[in-house]
Design a protein around this ligand. Structure first.
Ligand code: PXP
Length: 241
């Protein structure tokens, strides 16, 4: 069986730093600590409004990190320019709305399809692995394949909400399971992310064919109490079992 990779999203280390306009806590330090303690990749989302990670973080992290950096970006000309210049090994294209608290849903692949196609082609030429953040929709998986993405990341926000509220999550679980199978059948690498906790990661790790989990908010929050090394260790154990 293939090992499930853990991507650690450190955006919210920058959120805490920016809350006081200070130079600490350092996202670079968090990235290197995650690397040292078993993260398979580190994710940062460079948002249009730079509310957490900024370009300076991107430059420093990409220079020092030995494991792959996964850069999340919106499909815009500005982000295409930045990603082409910094050439991160992994890129995940995400939808972005200015007023949202976090990434609220998957990409609308029908909107701006021509630009998405150009963006993917140009970034693949720079040797970045391209992932599209999508809903667990069979149609979107087919679209992602047509757009020549290497991977898809399934938005797990809905199921995580249901699990947190102790509601019935069976039908969303089945929807994700079908989407993962479809992705695998199409030859796409399938990832999962958004809203994951120890409990939801454990539930979703039972779906065969998810090769990477990207986890941020809960992991960084839990690290306040347990520390990054111990939190990563717990997630790795969950993804292995
Ligand atoms: N994957 C993607 C594509 C995301 O946009 C995010 C949020 O930035 C995450 C994973 C991580 O979500 P969370 O912070 O809720 O764990």
């Amino acid at each position: 069986m293939k090992k499930i990779r853990l991507g650690v999203n450190i955006d919210h280390v920058a959120t805490v730093r920016n809350a006081r306009g200070e130079i600490y806590p350092s996202p670079l330090r968090a990235a290197l600590l995650a690397e040292k303690h078993g993260a398979d990749s580190v994710t940062i989302h460079l948002r249009e409004d730079r509310r957490h990670i900024n370009e300076f973080d991107l430059k420093k992290i990409i220079k020092k990190l030995k494991i792959p950096l996964n850069l999340e970006i919106a499909a815009t000309k500005e982000m295409l320019k930045i990603a082409s210049r910094s050439k991160p090994p992994f890129i995940c294209i995400v939808p972005e709305k200015r007023k949202e608290i976090t990434t609220e849903g998957g990409l609308n692949l029908d909107f701006n399809k021509n630009f998405l196609k150009i963006l993917i082609k140009k970034l693949k030429k720079k040797k970045s692995r391209i992932s599209l953040f999508i809903e667990p929709s069979l149609k979107d998986l087919e679209e992602a394949k047509k757009l020549d993405a290497d991977c898809v990341e399934i938005h797990t926000g809905k199921i995580c909400n249901l699990i947190n509220k102790k509601k019935d999550y069976k039908s969303e679980f089945n929807r994700i399971q079908k989407a993962v199978k479809k992705g695998n059948d199409l030859g796409l690498e399938v990832h999962a992310g958004h809203g994951l906790t120890y409990i939801s990661a454990k539930i979703l790790s039972k779906i065969k064919g998810i090769q990477e989990f990207n986890i941020g908010h809960f992991l960084i929050g839990e690290s306040i109490f347990e520390g990054i090394p111990s939190t990563i260790k717990k997630f790795k154990k969950i993804l292995k079992s």
